[in-house]
Design a protein around this ligand. Structure first.
Ligand code: HEM
Length: 460
């Protein structure tokens, strides 16, 4: 029996978010026990063969190990050349289409009337137990209303307000780095800086900022996103903590504003002062969805661009020399780093009607995956696409931020953080040497670097 939407909302509003997560946990445990399944089929790590040895129809871009083992670029190239709109019927995530050329990806992303972002933007099936509502996975007009409510937090005026603070925090982190000895750039710089930024955006207690990182990691460690087994009990315990933490943040802010505190520029204040979202806390799934979206959206992505930039400049040392000779190239380099790294490999859509894309017939209901990581290596758009070229004239044509109504809301903020980072690195360090094999996260969605050992040489 389908429960009417209004009834569902009333029930949701009456039960605190953390209780709903606990109930969902019990439900999920019960279902797994009864069906003796995990809900999501798993991938098992095996060596990924060279792409020439694989039949076209067997190529499965959803395999997370393709990325961890570093084989992804050749697989994307083969599909761009031979089957740019490719069907994979047997993936553990279920059947899906892969769109790998730059122009086709833009065509899909721009056409929200045919290609819906609902109900989820990753390839896996949505979790059946929780109905978290995020506007990245909604279509207009609902999407537009929700996006409008929060986008002020990254409006140009707000970013100008934040620039000084971001710079101060970057300087503080860089000035305390060890020199002439190895350390992990990911945990010491990339994670630390993005956590500080998120704490600013949310006006979250600064000393507890590591919680934001933990919560963001929860969302991306779900089986739907990484294709591998995850500890579901731990995941749910983390989600209960997140639900409590975010609700407390909301109530604390409301009490401070009511007591006459000057309203700030943070996200919570914006939501509480906007007519359509001022009682968002009474719509717990929407409340959670909006906050998680900002936490996840602004975390893994910027973090991996910070790590990816260091890695890329090590692989292409002539570009680092070019940068040192001409620091004015930083803004263009930031776009080029984001193109080269493409922190989110794809977004998924579902066809709302039968349609034809680049000669392929796509049925209503089919999943369609736009592989930004491939579009950004499309040789018909970018010359020598696998290389980092910091003065590439069309670096800004990258599609790492997507296109159309869902185009990344935090793109300017991400660029600002990366620009400031490099502006502050250059006067301090002569060299940043990668001194060990980078380690990558297990995911087909987040193009993430989990460990990057480096050694810094300070300026003479
Ligand atoms: C949406 C990438 C940084 C918040 C997106 C999308 C992509 C993306 C691919 C979906 C676009 C589409 O479907 O067409 C990135 C990358 C970043 C980054 C590569 C960093 C280099 C940020 C930051 C924030 C953020 C710092 C936080 C303010 C969002 C939000 C959406 C979004 C809220 C949903 C927009 C919507 O549905 O209307 N991002 N992002 N992102 N991003 Fe980012």
């Amino acid at each position: 029996m389908k429960i009417p939407e209004t009834v569902k909302r009333k029930v949701e509003a009456a039960i605190p978010l953390d209780r709903q997560v606990q109930a969902a946990h019990l439900y999920d445990k019960g279902r797994r026990w009864l069906t003796r399944t995990n809900g999501q089929k798993m991938f098992v790590e095996r060596p990924i063969p060279p792409v020439e040895e694989v039949a076209l129809e067997d190529i499965d871009l959803s395999n997370p190990f393709l990325y961890r083992q570093g084989r992804w670029a050749s697989y994307f190239k083969r599909l761009r050349d031979e089957a740019p709109v490719h069907y994979q019927p047997h993936s553990p995530f279920g059947p899906f289409w892969s769109v790998t050329r730059h122009a086709d990806i833009i065509a899909v992303d721009k056409n929200h009337e045919v290609f819906s972002a609902e109900p989820l933007i990753v390839i896996g099936a949505p979790p059946r137990f929780m109905d978290i509502a995020m506007f990245i996975a909604m279509d207009p007009p609902k999407h537009d209303v929700q996006r409008r409510a929060v986008q002020g937090v990254v409006a140009p005026k707000n970013l100008r307000e934040m620039e000084g603070l971001i710079r101060e925090r970057v300087r503080d982190v860089l000035d305390n780095l060890p020199v002439n000895e190895p350390f992990d750039w990911v945990s010491t710089v990339s994670i630390e800086l993005t956590a500080r930024m998120l704490a600013t955006l949310l006006d979250f207690p600064f000393e507890q900022r590591h919680k934001l990182v933990e919560w963001s990691n929860l969302a991306t460690s779900m089986e739907q996103a990484n294709g591998g087994p995850s500890d579901n009990d731990e995941l749910f315990r983390g989600m209960v903590g997140m639900a409590r933490g975010l609700s407390a943040l909301w109530h604390d802010k409301a009490a401070r504003l009511a007591a006459g505190e000057e309203p700030g520029f943070d996200l919570i204040t914006m939501l509480q002062r906007n007519e359509s979202t001022k009682d968002l806390i009474k719509r717990p799934m929407e409340f959670a969805g909006n906050l998680i979206l900002l936490i996840v959206g602004g975390n893994d992505t910027t973090r991996n661009s910070m790590s990816g930039g260091v890695l890329a400049l090590n692989q292409f040392p002539d570009q680092f020399e070019k940068l040192k000779a001409n620091p004015d190239l930083i803004p263009n380099m930031v776009s080029e780093i984001i193109r080269w790294q493409t922190p989110l490999a794809y977004m998924r859509r579902i066809a709302k009607t039968d349609t034809v894309l680049n000669g392929q017939f796509i049925r209503k209901g089919d999943k369609v995956v736009m592989w930004y990581a491939s579009g950004n290596r499309d040789e018909t758009v970018f010359e020598r696409p696998d290389e980092l070229i910091i003065d590439r004239p069309n670096a800004r044509n990258h599609i790492a931020f997507g296109f159309g109504v869902h185009r990344c809301m935090g793109n300017r903020l991400a660029e600002l953080q990366l620009r400031i980072l490099w502006e502050e690195i250059l006067p301090r360090f002569e060299r940043i040497d990668v001194v060990g094999e980078p380690e990558y996260v297990q995911s087909n969605f987040v193009r993430g670097i989990s460990k990057l050992m480096v050694e810094l040489t300070p300026k003479g």
